[in-house]
Write a protein that binds this ligand. Sequence first.
Ligand code: GAL
Length: 673
Amino acid sequence: MPETTPRGLSRLAFGGDYNPEQWPESVWDEDVRLMREAGVTMVSVGIFSWALLEPEPGAYDFGWLDRVMDLLHDNGIRVDLGTPTVAPPKWFYRAHPDALPVTADGTRLAFGSRGAICHSNSAYRAAAAGITIRLAERYGDHPGLAMWHVHNEYGVPVSACWCDSCAAHFRRWLETRYGGVDGVNEAWGTAFWGQHYTSLEQIDPPRTAATVGNPGQALDYKRFADATMRENFCAERDILHRLSPGVPVTTNFMTALSQCDSVDYWAWGREVDIVTNDHYLITDGRRTHVNLAMAADLTRSVAGGDPWILLEHSTSGVNWQSRNPAKAPGQMARNSLAHVARGSEGAMFFQWRQSRRGAEKFHSAMVPHGGTDTRVWREVVELGATLDSLSTVRGTRTQADVAVLWDWHSWWAQSLDWRPSVDHDARERADAFYEALYDRHLTVDFAHPEADLSAYPLVVVPASYLMTQEAGRNLARYVENGGTLVVSYFSGIVDEHDAVHEGACPGALRDVLGLTVEEFSPLLPGQQVRVTGPDGPELTGDVWSEFVVPRGAETVWTYADGLAAGHPAVTRHRHGRGTAWYVSTRLTARGLDALLGRAAEDAGLPSRADLPHDVEVVRREGASGSFVFVVNHTATEAKVPLDGAGTELLTGERTAGRLAVPAGAVRVVHLDG
Ligand code: GAL
C-alpha cells in the first residue's frame, strides 16, 4: 500500500514550486538558507524540466537535479518531485508533430507554451513513460523524496483534443462503453436530425459543425477526454509505485470550477495517493474568501474527508488575470490558514523565487524580486512560524454540518448549447447556495449524487440538471429516512445521456418533491417576479420561473406576478420521515437565506446567529484533539463563543468561553479534553 502522507514530513507542508534551473547555481545556496529561515518544509521540483533533463532523445543530464536533491535533503527540506510530462521538449514535437493537440475547428496548436498535449498520442505516451522510468530509477529511493508530483494540472490549459488519433481512441472508448454502434445510436438519440450511424468507424469527435451538434456525443466526448488524461496519469503512477515503492503519488488538482471544469475529480480522487490542490483568488468583485472556502471544502470532499495539501496558491498578486491586485497585509496568512481549517495539511505556493524571465515574471512569489527586505518576505517568514505552531492539527479531519450535491458530469451537460435560458448559470447557483450556507456558519461537505448521505441532516441540490435514476432514488431514500432536502430548479431533468427522463419533469425527483413542472418559463433580462408567502417575508426572483403543479407538496411561497402568477414558487413535501423543499426561481441572497432558515429548522440544525458575519469558525478533530479555527475576515475585532476552554496555538494563551480575534487575524484553539 502506498503511503498517504508525504514521506518523512513531520510538520505541515510549507514551501512552493522551486525552479532552480532558472537561476545560476550560485543562487541555490542562498535559496536553501532562506528556506530554512522561513521554515520551509517541502518544495516541488522539476515540474517543467524535461527539456533540461533530456536535452536530446535518450541523452540525460541529471547532474543538476542530483545536486538540487542532495542540497535540499542536506538542509532538511523534503522534495515533491515532478514528472515533467506536461512540457515535452521541442525535439519531441519535431519528431512527433501530431502529438500537438487539435482544436474542435481543426487548428493544431503550436509549441512554445506548455501543456500542449494530445493525450491519445502513442509517441507521447511512450515518451512520458520513458522519462518517468528514468526519474523513478534515479530518485525513487532518494532519502529527500517525500512524494511524486505527476504532470501539472491535468485539463489546464488544454482539456481535449479533436485529432484523428483521438477519433480512433474515442471509437474504442465507445465500443467499451456501449458494446457497439447500436448502443451509441440509442444513447445519443441519433434518430434526431438524421444522425444515425451504421458503424463505429463513422463516428468522429464533435468537431465544429454547421450548428449545434448532438448533446449526447458532446457529453461523452468530455467524459472520454477526462478518462484519457486519467489513463495517462495512472500509467505514470503505476510506474512510480513499481519503481519507487512506498512513496505517495499525487497530481495537483484545481477543484474550483472557475479554474478547471474539464476534470471529474470524484474519479481522480480515487486514483491519487494524496489529494493536492491549487487555488488562486479570482478577482471578479465577489467575496474571494467564500470562493476559497468552497474550493477547500470541495477538495476535502474529493479526498473523502481525509487531509489533503494545498500545493499552490499565491503570496500576493497573480499575473494572468486582466487586473492582478496585490494581497492586503495579512491576507496571505488568512488565505493559507482558511485552507488548513478546511483540511489542508499545510500551505504551499507558486512559486519560491519570483522569475526574472518568462511569462510568469510578474507573478508574486515567496522571495520577491525585491528580496528579503519586503513585506511579502516578512509575511512569509511569519507564516512559516505560524504553521510550525500548528503541527498538532496534522491528521485531524474537518467536521461538516451539511452536504451540497456536486457532479462534474452535470456541469458538463449544463454547459452544452440550447438550454431554456442562457441566463441560467449552474455555477452561479452553486456559488449562491454555498455562500448562503457559509453566511449561516454551516460547514459544507460536497457529495456525489449517488453517495451515502445519511450522515447529513441537510442536503442541498443547487443545480443538478443531469441526475441518474439511481441518484434520484438515493435522494428519495435519504428523505424517507428522515433527511431534509433542498432542491433548486432545473435539477433531475435528464439522465446520463442528456435524455429527458420519461414523464413530467423533474423525472428523477418528482416523487420525493411531490410535484411536477409543466413548463419552464425563463424570465427576460431585468425582469423580476415577486414571491409571497403566508408565513414568510416577500421575496424576489429573477432569471427563471416555472409552472409547478403540487402533487402532495404544500405551497410555502407563491408567485405574485409574472406568467407563473398563482403557481407555487417554493414548496415543502413531507416524504417518509423527512422533508423535501423545492424552489423554482432564482432567489436573491436574502431569499435563499429565508428558505435555508426554514429548511435548517426542519433539519434541526443549530442557529449560529451569534457568530459575526465574515468570521469563519471551523472545527478539525482527530486523535490529536479538537481544534477550532477562527478566521476573521473583517476590519474589526471579533468575539466568538467557544464551547469549553483551551490553548490558543498562535499566541500560546489560555482561553475559555469567549475568544477575541483581532481584525484580519486567525486564531486556532486546541480545546482541552
Ligand atoms: C498554476 C500552475 C503554475 C503557475 C501558476 C501561476 O496553475 O500550476 O505552474 O503557472 O498557475 O498562478
